[in-house]
Design a protein around this ligand. Structure first.
Ligand SMILES: [Zn+2]
Length: 494
């Protein structure tokens, strides 16, 4: 009964994502932007909000903003205008935040997601706007006192406001992972939720399915991971539905996600824009964004993931899972393509990168740039395997060792004693030994036509050779030796 009524409601979700920009200095002063410096060591009269201090605009921040806007298919405004957003907070020394109100730098964009909508097309989420603003400082609560660190105050941010186009917590999750993936191609931010360089607030409401008008929404804050966003939305949707079904009334409010209790709780009634008393920032004049600047930025954009994915699927004939995995991490996809430049077997290389390389990265908590194995060395290893100097099992073992030491493939294979030396006598002896040892059992079965025991015999011969043989070659040789026994006259068994 409850499930039947629950399906009558449709969630409407829109996400606001704050991206801290990777610039050398802050948005409006020359203070360094750095995470983890001693508290209040990266401050000056401008970012402390001292009387008379005047801001100047960071050009790099504007350019990063344009870059983000173009990557999200936005229009870029013809001029930059900043506004004051007035509110009080202990870590906001000026009593206002410089932001953009009625003229965002970027607007009317969209993000294509790797999931399908109801009509079978890639799901699109509109990007309403992306604007520039400065970050506040940080309040640190210790015992009964609150300390303030203003190192972060004035750090440049871009706030990306997604349209109310997401219809489930899962879609919200996909939106965030896709957005993060695309931003990672731009090199404009660390995109670390732990360090706070990527932050997300979620707006959610529910409405009876088929109804156009939005329900009363709540905004959820304190979301520290994409998983938390999904869990908080699930909780909040259930809460909205139960309030509405119980005949209660929802109020527009801001709620905090409690990661421990897995629930949201009310923080304050949601502010309206008018509460902030926005007005044009009097200390900064507006300035133009020439079209040739926008074009120059456009020309430096890398191939974006949607396009790269299609290329990996069509040109390299990768399966979708492998292609999506590789494209999901720009550095990894670049590394993969660097290997292909040296060894043009896209599917074979993809298998190495997706399985073996990725396993090392996961187990050792490394980024691909930190992996001691270079594309050249992976190719050296694959070629040893191709030449039959290693088999599938020993090649993986050698790779693991290479990932620890950064040594070459040949050197590592020799050091581990895994290199298959072409000692034909040794191989022949092993085959003879196995045939003698199993002549009354497996060999006899084979000669009676039970060819499936060949695998067992190959395994036995491989054991005698301590794995230093190519299983395919060994199988062929063993089969040839067995065929000889089968020839008329040579038939010793019966
Ligand atoms: Zn400063």
């Amino acid at each position: 009964m409850t499930t039947a009524t629950q399906t009558d409601f449709e969630p409407v979700i829109g996400l606001e994502v704050h991206v801290q920009l990777k610039t050398r200095s802050k948005m409006f002063c020359r203070c360094e932007v750095r995470f983890g410096a001693p508290a209040n060591s990266l401050t000056c009269p401008v970012c402390l909000g001292l009387p008379g201090a005047l801001p100047t605009v960071n050009r790099q921040a504007i350019e990063h903003g344009i870059r983000i806007g173009l990557a999200l298919n936005c229009q870029i405004a013809h001029r930059v205008k900043f506004d004051r957003k007035n509110y009080f907070y202990p870590d906001l020394p000026k009593g206002y935040q410089v932001s953009q109100y009625d003229e965002p730098l970027c607007f009317d964009g969209e993000l294509q997601m790797p999931i399908m909508d109801a009509s079978g097309n890639p799901k699109i989420c509109r990007i309403t706007r992306a604007h520039l603003e400065e970050d506040a400082g940080k309040s640190i609560h210790m015992g009964h006192s609150t300390l303030v660190d203003l190192n972060r105050a004035g750090t440049p941010l871009v706030e990306i406001v997604g349209g109310p186009d997401l219809r489930s917590p899962e879609e919200a999750y996909v939106y965030l992972t896709t957005l993060k993936r695309n931003l990672s191609y731009l090199g404009v931010s660390d995109l670390s939720m732990e360090k706070g360089s990527l932050r997300c607030d979620a707006n959610v409401s529910v409405r009876p399915r088929g109804q156009e008008k939005f329900g009363v929404r709540s905004e959820i804050k304190n979301l520290n991971s994409f998983r938390a966003v999904r869990a908080a939305l699930e909780f909040e949707i259930r809460r909205h539905v139960s309030v509405v079904e119980g005949g209660g009334k929802l109020t527009q409010e801001t709620r905090l996600w409690d990661e421990e209790k897995l629930e949201t709780r009310s923080l304050r009634s949601k502010e309206e824009a008018t509460d902030y008393r926005f007005f044009p920032e009097p200390d900064l004049t507006t300035f133009d964004v020439p079209r040739d600047w926008v074009q120059r930025v456009q020309a430096t954009l890398p191939e974006m993931p949607e396009k790269r994915l299609l290329r990996f699927l069509h040109d390299f004939k990768l399966n979708r899972a492998d292609a999506e995995f590789l494209v999901g991490d720009k550095e990894l996809a670049d590394w993969y393509e660097a290997v292909l430049k040296l060894y043009d077997e896209p599917r074979k290389v993809a298998a190495w990168v997706v399985v073996e390389v990725n396993r090392e990265l996961q187990e050792r908590h490394l980024e691909i740039s930190q992996l001691p194995v270079t594309p050249e060395r992976l190719v050296e290893l694959i070629k040893l395997l191709d030449a039959g100097k290693l088999n599938n099992i020993t090649a993986k073992e050698v790779f693991k060792a290479m990932a620890e030491t950064g040594e070459g493939a040949m050197a590592t294979a020799k050091r581990l004693g895994r290199l298959i030396e072409q000692d034909e006598g040794e191989v022949d002896r092993a085959i003879e030994d196995v045939i003698t040892e199993f002549k009354d059992k497996a060999v006899a079965d084979y000669l009676r036509g039970e060819t499936k025991v060949l695998g067992f015999l190959v395994g036995q011969a491989m054991r005698k050779l301590k794995g230093k043989a190519n299983p395919k070659d060994l199988g062929q040789k063993l089969e040839a030796a067995l065929k000889q026994k089968q020839e008329p006259g040579a038939q010793a068994t019966g």
